[in-house]
Design a protein around this ligand. Structure first.
Ligand code: XMP
Length: 523
């Protein structure tokens, strides 16, 4: 039994079929926010998953294709004969229309993108409480030209006579716009009406309440004598996974923390204090900083740096795991977004912007069984579990820190000479922001080392030193981000402390780039 199967559970919840939508994960999150379990699957596996999961409702997502294309995603129409209510969104509506006797054609005016006003025709059920004239967000190239028998119109919009449709008798519903995006007013209400009202899903999903079930599942999987090795990074995911697994099997969990020489000030000590001294876990700290920094010598290309770091991490971790004799299990803090069977994840036309390295980067030849208690959870749910487990807020709510560490904030070749001032400046940034509680409004806040000399004057002497950049961003999910400002007196204090206390900078600058087109990290 894999950890994932354990959530197939007693039935209920919402199965989301991913037709390649940009917003598929958002639909899953919105459903979970209603207190209802949701799971995403690809069209090809939808019937199989449905039989295992026995959901109370199905949502068909949007997607980039046209239903009349010969290689459009193949969903077995038998899904419409399971007696389960179905909501089609955008492409999902078009698929539904096509398989219930309707007709889909290219939108006459070409693709329709952006905001439009909804004219509610029938406010019963699905659109109960939804305001007439509210804004909805469209993004589609095709549209339904004719509905099949049994369907009625619940709402329309100027460009779209079939904005919301229903065949109530059969439990089929469709929306041409996206209720899951924040720009759609009352979108959350529409989803709630479908999930809780039409489909009568039980709102019994609460990540904080599943700790006991997770602990029991780990015990089941690992057995009475099994030993688990886990790579602890000190980030939220691996920390929560460690505490959960530790609760299940105690001293049979062996944590390995790799110091790659690219950590922030105080990081290693913090992990030791919490996990070894407070939780009394078996924690081994491997100081591999010489090796990482040695192999990074002369490497200036960002992608190359990431590859070197990822490779060494796997090598160091694999050697340690092998030394933990008898351990047949590998613990990881893998999250749901990493494992979703999504169209985008399987051969979608997404381009690599940066090759991400995670501590979990799995050594394939380790031949160990995975223990991944968080693999059906989103980040905010993992935080809820962390709180439930009593982890301190400083850890549960901490800002993300990338696997390659300070290397992606230290432009060009990484050297100890550059890391030292960066570390000191970053500590000042964190201190000044956190002691005022300003971090609650920020997704990430850190310093970047730009090895570009500029002239300054310190005391009476001319200096010629590097640039320190302040990066402050807000974000929901790191996919997009906005730059943020701090009160001027705080900015002044940060600037003056860095210039006065840190040797190596003659200038502090503020990054005012949003993502896109910039990224959050500098490399
Ligand atoms: P970018 O720079 O791509 O970063 O806008 C988006 C988010 O991902 C984090 N990040 C990483 N996290 N391994 C990680 O675990 C990585 O290799 C990595 N690179 C970037 C970054 O801090 C931001 O939150």
């Amino acid at each position: 039994m894999s950890q994932h199967d354990s959530t197939d559970g007693p039935g209920g919840g919402v199965l989301i079929v991913d037709f390649g939508a940009q917003y598929c994960q958002l639909i899953a999150r919105r459903v979970r926010e209603l207190g209802v379990y949701s799971r995403i699957t690809v069209p090809e596996r939808a019937m199989f998953t449905l039989q295992h999961m026995r959901p109370a409702a199905v949502i068909l997502s949007g997607g980039p294709r046209s239903v009349y294309e010969h290689d459009a995603p193949a969903l077995d129409p038998a899904i419409l004969r399971q007696g389960v209510p179905v909501l089609g969104i955008c492409y999902g509506l078009q698929w539904l229309a096509q398989h219930t006797g309707g007709e889909v054609t290219p939108a006459q005016s070409g693709a329709e993108y952006g905001r439009t006003q909804l004219e509610v025709v029938d406010a019963e059920g699905l659109l109960a409480g939804v305001r007439d004239g509210g804004i909805v967000w469209m993004s589609h190239g095709d549209k339904v030209a004719r509905l099949g028998p049994g369907f009625v119109v619940l709402a329309k919009s100027a460009p779209c006579p079939f904005a919301v449709v229903a065949d109530r008798a059969r439990g089929f519903y469709g929306m041409q716009f996206h209720p899951e995006v924040a720009h759609t007013e009352d979108g959350a209400r529409m989803l709630a009406n479908f999930v809780l009202g039409v489909a009568r899903c039980r709102a019994d999903w609460n990540p904080g309440n599943i700790v006991d079930a997770k602990v029991a599942a780990v015990r089941d999987l690992v057995g009475e004598h099994g030993e688990v090795v886990l790579g602890l990074s000190g980030g939220v995911d691996s920390s929560v996974a460690a505490v959960l697994i530790h609760r299940a099997i105690g001293a049979r969990l062996h944590c390995v923390f790799v110091d790659n020489g690219l950590l922030r000030a105080g990081e290693r000590e913090g992990v030791e204090a919490l996990f070894r001294d407070h939780y009394h876990m078996d924690l081994e700290v491997v100081d591999a900083s010489e090796r990482f920094l040695g192999e990074l010598r002369g490497v200036a290309d960002p992608e190359q740096k990431r590859k070197v770091i990822g490779r060494i991490f796997v090598e160091v971790f694999r050697d340690k795991a092998r030394q933990k004799r008898g351990a047949r299990f590998l613990g990881q803090g893998t999250l749901y977004p990493d494992v979703i069977e999504s169209v985008a994840a399987h051969g979608g036309a997404t381009s690599t912007i940066k090759s991400h390295h995670n501590v979990g980067g799995l050594p394939a030849d380790l031949d160990m069984t995975l223990v991944e208690p968080l693999r059906d959870l989103f980040k905010d749910e993992v935080r809820a579990i962390g709180r439930q487990l009593g982890l301190p807020s400083a850890l549960v709510d901490r800002q993300p820190f990338p696997g390659p560490g300070l290397a992606v904030r230290c432009l060009g070749e990484v050297t100890r000479d550059k890391l030292a001032p960066l570390r000191a400046a970053d500590r000042i940034v964190r201190e000044e922001i956190e002691q005022r509680g300003l971090h609650r409004n920020l997704w990430q806040y850190f310093a970047v080392h730009v090895p570009q000399k500029s002239v300054g004057v310190k005391g009476d002497a001319r200096v010629y030193e590097d640039v320190c950049v302040l990066r402050l961003v807000s974000s929901q999910d790191a996919m997009t981000a906005d730059w943020e400002l701090l009160p001027v007196d705080v900015l002044k204090r940060i600037g003056s402390r860095i210039l006065n206390e840190v040797k190596g900078y003659s200038r502090v600058c503020l990054d005012i780039s949003s993502k896109p087109p910039a990224t959050i990290e500098w490399e």
